[in-house]
Design a protein around this ligand. Structure first.
Ligand code: ZN
Length: 182
């Protein structure tokens, strides 16, 4: 491949994270392929399970995501690239789970998301990608597509009191586990 690079991740406060990204005109353009490859590398290195182009200072409707929990676990999941993705909830069930974001390091919060979504996008060959996602993969897609509309996970939270540093959450969980054992 050659020429792959780690990209700098925009952090909370950078205006690009609040902007609406523009559609990719040509998904097969070499610079789009290069951007997607660099995003995959950057996501892996972080490490993360999804990344949206605005997070690497490219205001384009492009995301990469690991299809975790679909057929594969986190380790063996191969990253997928979605160009100009669109999502549609397929059922009314909403689940709350803790999310984090590479642009908001160390913080986690409880975020409600549709349990099952349909997705439509293009791949890097310009072919139509269509399918369904449930559970964690559905959550990842919703989180990343939100980035394309300038929405960050705290803006989706129902209760800001659940916003917490991840090491503090881990400490509370460990303490709760000890209580259970007693
Ligand atoms: Zn994020």
């Amino acid at each position: 491949m050659g020429g792959m690079a780690l990209l700098k991740i925009a952090r909370l406060g950078h205006p690009i994270l609040l902007a609406r990204a523009r559609p990719v005109a040509d998904p097969t353009a070499p610079e789009i392929r290069a951007l997607a490859a660099d995003m995959v590398e950057t996501m892996r290195e972080a490490p993360g399970i999804g990344l949206a182009a605005p997070q690497v200072h490219a205001s384009l409707r492009l995301i990469v995501a690991l299809p975790i929990g679909e057929r594969e676990g986190a380790r063996e999941a191969s990253p997928l690239v979605f160009v100009n993705p669109e999502l549609e909830p397929l059922e009314e069930t909403v689940e709350e789970a803790f999310e984090g974001c590479l642009s908001i390091p160390e913080l986690r919060g409880l975020v409600p998301r549709a349990r099952r979504v349909g997705f439509r996008a293009l791949d890097l060959e310009g072919r139509r990608l269509e399918g369904e996602a449930t559970g964690l993969f559905a959550r990842i897609l919703q989180h990343e597509v939100d980035h394309l509309d300038g929405i960050l996970f705290p803006m989706r939270m129902r209760d800001l009191r659940t916003l917490a540093f991840e090491n503090e959450l881990a400490r509370q969980r460990a303490a709760a586990a000890v209580e259970e054992v007693r």
